[in-house]
Design a protein around this ligand. Structure first.
Ligand code: B12
Ligand code: SF4
Ligand code: SF4
Length: 300
């Protein structure tokens, strides 16, 4: 990847705009953002991109909210670059993105009552491969431009653990997205953005200085009507595993429901996903607490 002097200047003078454009262009043009065997069918629509400040105290709070093993972004970059956390530049940023799932895929999953549609499972399997390519691409762009950059989820130190509540990891992409002001959590546990809950997300830590995006949500659950006034609860009846109740999401029941060896074979994917609680619900493709939704469509 070779950058012209003009392109380099764009990253120096307008870094936020240049990063956002790079993520959107990669999503628009990458052959990996296409359903296999259905060349014209994209997996994700136009991404949302925002930035967080690495020294936001919320990242230290995550050591209590999630687990002590959850890395701060400074620790994540230091581990990857072989430096000490203190040896890194004073200002660091996080790039966080949301990849909204297309209408066609959402509609196909709306019709399901027990297991995910083929398109939804393809989004879980091939869509995450695209998400990985996007993480790698952004790290490559930034390092070629002379910046430090790491996608913690792609590092050998990324780990998933299990405790009495179920699975968790040492780099939660949704908690990063929350810090970057992209949305809030919900009754079903999913992350509700201005483009809804049906999405996948990703992030990169860098020493490129980016403007911090404001966190406008009142609290970590304010995009979910259940936590605003006790209403909605559509995800409770939508979940075929009985994993969602007024007390929240049972991660163990959810995980167990997603193990369907016959369907894995039929769809020929490594992981099925499910996402019934993310389709045919008021938060599917918009923030349900907004009276007026932003204009649609948001296709590439
Ligand atoms: C482990 C895992 C699972 C586990 C556990 C999920 C979980 N809730 O943690 C299981 C197998 C159950 C699972 C299921 C699914 N997953 Co999953 N999974 C992950 C993974 C690998 C790690 C998640 C993690 O670290 N969680 C940490 C724990 C602690 O988070 P938590 O319990 O949800 O956190 C709660 C508390 O922190 C609480 N909280 C309490 N106090 C406070 C205070 C503050 C300030 C804040 C911010 C929060 C907070 O809020 C949270 C929500 O209740 C991520 C990828 C990644 N690296 O991020 C994908 C990820 C979370 N999965 C994803 C998806 C899409 C799914 C499925 C829809 C499957 C599918 N693809 O079809 C289902 C959805 C389940 C659901 N109802 O949300 C997406 C989420 C996108 C979204 N729309 O929210 C992710 C981010 C993958 C990605 N790259 O996009 N997953
Ligand atoms: S379906 Fe309703 S209650 Fe459930 S997460 Fe979405 S907005 Fe919240
Ligand atoms: S909570 Fe889990 S099992 Fe239930 S609908 Fe959502 S993804 Fe499926």
């Amino acid at each position: 990847m070779i950058f012209s002097p003009k392109a380099r200047e764009r990253f120096q003078k307008k870094p936020a705009q240049a990063i956002e454009e790079e993520i959107k262009a990669f999503t628009r043009t990458s052959p990996l953002n296409r359903m296999p065997g259905m060349e014209n069918q994209v997996i994700f629509d136009k991404p949302l991109v925002q930035f967080a400040d690495v020294d936001d105290p919320i990242f230290t709070e995550y050591k209590t909210i999630i687990a002590p093993s959850h890395l701060t972004p400074r620790e994540a970059l230091a581990k990857a670059s072989g430096k000490s956390a203190e040896g890194l530049p004073a200002r660091l940023s996080i790039i966080s993105w949301i990849l909204p799932i297309t209408e066609k895929t959402r509609l196909s999953n709306r019709r399901q009552t027990k297991s995910p549609s083929r398109l939804w499972s393809y989004t879980r399997w091939y869509g995450e491969k695209f998400n990985e390519a996007l993480r790698q691409h952004m790290v490559q762009v930034l390092t070629q431009l002379g910046y430090l950059a790491v996608a913690p989820m792609m590092q050998p130190y990324f780990k998933e653990f299990t405790n009495e509540k179920g699975k968790y990891s040492n780099w939660s992409e949704r908690h990063i997205a929350y810090a970057a002001g992209l949305g809030t959590f919900s009754l079903s546990d999913g992350f509700i953005t201005e483009r809804g809950i049906a999405h996948r997300c990703g992030s990169v830590v860098t020493d490129l200085i980016l403007p911090v995006s404001p966190r406008v949500a009142k609290d970590p659950y304010s995009n979910c009507p259940f936590y605003v006034d006790g209403s909605c609860k559509a995800c409770i009846t939508r979940c075929p595993a009985g994993a969602i109740s007024e007390s929240g999401h049972d991660k163990i029941k959810c995980f167990e429901h997603m193990q369907e060896p016959e369907l894995l074979k039929e769809y020929q994917v490594g992981k099925l996903g499910c996402g019934l609680c993310q389709t045919k619900v008021p938060c599917e493709y918009r923030n349900p607490t907004r009276k007026v939704s932003p204009p649609t469509p948001h296709h590439l």
